[in-house]
Structures are given as structure tokens and as C-alpha cells.
Ligand binder design. Structure first.
Ligand code: APR
Length: 248
């Protein structure tokens, strides 16, 4: 039976109110309304830039410079971005005790900026960078200054390769965060899946774990995904509008 938009909103609010353990799982789509492009939508990043894998970044200077050239262009989007109504709505729901955690694939830090306290970052963050040899940490504004000079960033102390604290394709996932996300997916009874195409593993397995464990899923996404069949309710629309309308 096809529910109207208002009927879906009412049902979603009811599910959240009746839930004992709700969590949110987010992707790049939740931040597009903050001016940060996502990856796979028309005009998305992977249509403009080539994916540089972890192995390439380590062993291929040209690929490394290509990566930093992309980063240099994106950093301005990331550093100037502000949370939108979707981030704010999730932080509000957490403050009111309706949401326990936000599991995110995003590196932009906008959930924390909106006030969310329990945020699990599966793909790292854009707050800094690290030397792969001596593990010296660099803040993003230091990196920005270095990028003004050149693209082959080397550690001031040991000359080692500097890598941003984001997770590359081909790089092992941060173990602590992945285990936490899996544990939460095993325990939750409701998961809001927001702004993600669910095409990247193992992150995309988190909603599947929750579904397999009997949790209900609510999808909020502009486009269809291969996993919409798992959802109790699917909203094809703007994350900030739908979450604003759901607000309890
Ligand atoms: N509201 C709701 N959904 C939106 C909005 C919006 N305002 N804007 C975009 N979307 C949807 C798109 O339709 C798309 O299905 O969000 C989804 C974003 O999907 P991707 O671009 O594939 O991003 P994501 O799923 O987060 O990518 C996962 O892939 O490239 C890697 O490491 C990167 O963490 C990222 C991972």
C-alpha cells in the first residue's frame, strides 16, 4: 500500500518514538545541502576526479600529487561548510534521547559541528594528516600552507610521506570504529539510513547487519539504492526537508 508523504512522516515519527534504540547511518548525501558535493550523483566527485587508491598513494608520486590536487580544490568546500537542517535535526533527536549514535561515512565533521555527541567516523576525518614514517600529526591549516608551495607533501621532521587521516580505497578500515558500528547495528531496533548510495563496503554492510537482526530501516535518499527493499519506509527526497518534517 503506497503511503502519502504525510502518512510516511507520521509513521516515521511513530517508529522513532516507539523505538528503544535508534541510530542514524549517513553518507555524503546528507552534506550536499551544505555545499559539499557527493561522490556518485550527476556532477559528483568521482565524475570529476579519478579514485587514487591507498597503494597508488604510497608508491606513485604522480598519483599522490593528483590526489593532493583534488584535495586542494575540495578543502575549501569542506572548511567553509556549515551543518544543514538534516545534521541539526539528528543532533536535536540525540539531545532529546531519541537517537543514540550517528554512524557516518563522511569526513566533514558536520555532525559534530551540529552538536551530535556520539559520532562514529568509518572513513576517517579531514581534520588533519599524518606522516606515514614518524607518525607526526599535521593540522589541516598546516597542510593548506604546504599545498600552496607544492603537491608532493613530505614530513618536515623525517621526509616521510604525509597522508590525510581519511580512509582510502584499499586501506584497512579503522578497526575500533568498524567494530563499534557492527555492535551498534546488532543492537539497534531502528536505523535511519540517510544520503548514501550504499555502494562501498564494508560500510554498506552496517544497515544490512541491522536488517538481518530484525531492526526496522527508514531510508532518506534522493535516488534509489539497491537496498531499498530492506526499508520499512523510503523517502526519495531531500534529507534536510524530510528530517525537518519528521522532527519530534
Ligand atoms: N538528500 C538526500 N539524499 C541525497 C542528497 C540530499 N540532499 N544529495 C544526494 N543524495 C543522495 C544521492 O542520490 C546518492 O544516492 O546521497 C547519495 C550519495 O551517495 P554517494 O555519492 O555514493 O556517497 P556515499 O554513499 O556516502 O559514498 C560512500 O564512497 O567515495 C567513497 O569514501 C567515500 O564515504 C564515501 C563512500
Amino acid at each position: 500500500m503506497n503511503l502519502t508523504y504525510q502518512e510516511k512522516i507520521k509513521k516515521a515519527s511513530q517508529l522513532i518514538k516507539n523505538s528503544n534504540y535508534t541510530v542514524a547511518f549517513t553518507g555524503a548525501g546528507i552534506s550536499t545541502e551544505s555545499g559539499i558535493p557527493d561522490f556518485r550523483s550527476p556532477g559528483g566527485l568521482w565524475q570529476r576526479f579519478r579514485i587514487v587508491t591507498y597503494q597508488e598513494f604510497i608508491y606513485d608520486r604522480q598519483a599522490r600529487e593528483e590526489f593532493w590536487r583534488m584535495k586542494k580544490e575540495l578543502i575549501h568546500h569542506l572548511t567553509n561548510a556549515k551543518p544543514n537542517n538534516a545534521h541539526i535535526a539528528l543532533a536535536e533527536l540525540e539531545k532529546k534521547g531519541f537517537i543514540k549514535h550517528v554512524i557516518t561515512q563522511n569526513i566533514d565533521g558536520l555532525h559534530q559541528m551540529a552538536g551530535s555527541k556520539s559520532v562514529i567516523e568509518l572513513h576517517g576525518n579531514q581534520r588533519g594528516a599524518i606522516c606515514l614514517d614518524c607518525e607526526k600529526l599535521y593540522k589541516m591549516d598546516e597542510i593548506l600552507k604546504m599545498l600552496e608551495e607544492q603537491l608532493n607533501l613530505r614530513c618536515y621532521d623525517c621526509g616521510g610521506i604525509i597522508k590525510p587521516t581519511v580512509v582510502f580505497f584499499g586501506e584497512p578500515m579503522p578497526e575500533k570504529e568498524l567494530i563499534m558500528a557492527q555492535q551498534i547495528a546488532n543492537q539497534c531496533d531502528l536505523m535511519l539510513v540517510i544520503g548514501t548510495s550504499l555502494q562501498v563496503e564494508p560500510a554498506a554492510s552496517i544497515p544490512r547487519i541491522a536488517h538481518t537482526r530484525g531492526a526496522k530501516l527508514i531510508f532518506i535518499n534522493k535516488a534509489e539504492t539497491d537496498w531499498d527493499w530492506m526499508a520499512e519506509i523510503v523517502f526519495y527526497g531531500s534529507a534536510s526537508q524530510v528530517l525537518k518534517d519528521i522532527a519530534i
